[in-house]
Design a protein around this ligand. Structure first.
Ligand code: 5RP
Length: 237
C-alpha cells in the first residue's frame, strides 16, 4: 500500500468510530470515502454496528454499498441524516472545501446539507491555506449551456475547461447527465461564499464544488515515524 493510501485508510477507519447504532448515514464518494464504506461494511458484518441505513451520494457509493450489503435508502425518503462522511479535494483552515474531483458534488452537497454533522476525511495533501490555487473548482452545467457558462465565468476572471473522459470519447457525463467545467481563478478563491453564490446564479449551472460552512469535523491522515495516524485539526476562526 503506498503512503497516500495508508493515510486514506487510517482516516477511513477513524471515521467509523463516529458512527453509532441506528444512525442514518450519508456515504460520500471518491477513493477515501470508498475505503470508509468498506470499513463500515466490515463493522456491520461483524455485528459491531447495527440498524445502520445509508444514503449514497453517487452511483459509485451506491454500487459499493449494494455490493457490501449496506442497507440503502433514498435521499427523498429521509427528512434528516445523522452523519455524512465524505472526502474532499481541498480543505482550508476554516474548513471550507472544494469537492467534485469525482464529479459527484451535486448529490454530495444535498446529503451534506441534510446532515446533522458532516465529517470530512482527507490525507494531509488536501490541506491548503487558500482554495483553488492549484485544484480547479468543478462546476456542473447543463450540456447545452456549457459554452455560455464558460463565457460568464471568464468574465469573472476564471479560466475553465470541459472535463474530458478517459476510455470514452468526449466529455465526462455526471450521474445527473450533465457536464463539468473545471475552473481556476487567477488568484484562487479568497471569498468562497460569494463565489459559490455567484457561480450558482449563472443560468445553466446546477451546482459548484464549494462547500462553505457545512463541515463540522475534519479527520486528516498523515505518516508519523513511518506509521499512518489520524488527527482532527481545530477550525481557524
Ligand atoms: C467526489 C469528491 C471526492 O470526495 C473528492 O474528489 C476526494 O476524492 P479522493 O478521496 O479520491 O481524493 O468530492 O466528487
Amino acid at each position: 500500500m503506498d503512503s497516500q493510501t495508508q493515510m486514506k485508510q487510517v482516516v477511513a477507519d477513524a471515521a467509523i468510530k463516529n458512527v453509532k447504532n441506528g444512525m442514518i448515514l450519508g456515504l460520500g464518494s471518491g477513493s477515501t470515502a470508498a475505503l470508509m464504506i468498506k470499513s463500515l461494511a466490515d463493522e456491520i458484518r461483524l455485528g459491531k454496528l447495527q440498524n445502520i441505513r445509508a444514503v449514497a451520494t453517487s452511483f459509485q457509493a451506491e454500487v459499493l454499498a449494494l455490493q457490501l450489503n449496506i442497507p440503502l435508502i433514498d435521499l427523498a425518503s429521509v427528512s434528516q441524516i445523522d452523519l455524512a462522511i465524505d472526502g474532499a479535494d481541498e480543505v482550508d483552515p476554516g474548513f471550507n472545501l472544494i469537492k467534485g474531483g469525482g464529479a459527484c458534488h451535486v448529490r454530495e452537497k444535498l446529503v451534506a446539507s441534510k446532515a446533522d454533522q458532516l465529517l470530512i476525511v482527507v490525507d494531509e495533501t488536501k490541506l491548503v491555506q487558500n482554495l483553488n490555487q492549484s485544484f480547479p473548482l468543478p462546476v456542473e452545467v447543463l450540456p447545452n449551456a456549457w459554452k455560455q457558462v464558460q463565457e460568464m465565468i471568464s468574465e469573472m476572471n476564471g479560466r475553465s475547461s470541459l472535463r474530458m473522459a478517459t476510455k470514452k470519447a468526449g466529455p465526462i457525463v455526471t450521474d445527473q447527465g450533465n457536464l463539468i467545467l473545471d475552473v481556476l481563478f487567477n488568484d484562487g478563491i479568497k471569498n468562497p461564499k460569494e463565489i459559490e453564490m455567484t457561480i450558482n446564479n449563472i443560468p445553466g449551472v446546477l451546482e459548484n464544488g464549494l462547500f462553505v460552512g457545512l463541515t463540522d469535523k475534519v479527520l486528516v491522515g498523515k505518516i508519523e515515524n513511518n506509521t499512518p495516524v489520524a488527527y482532527s485539526p481545530s477550525r481557524a476562526s
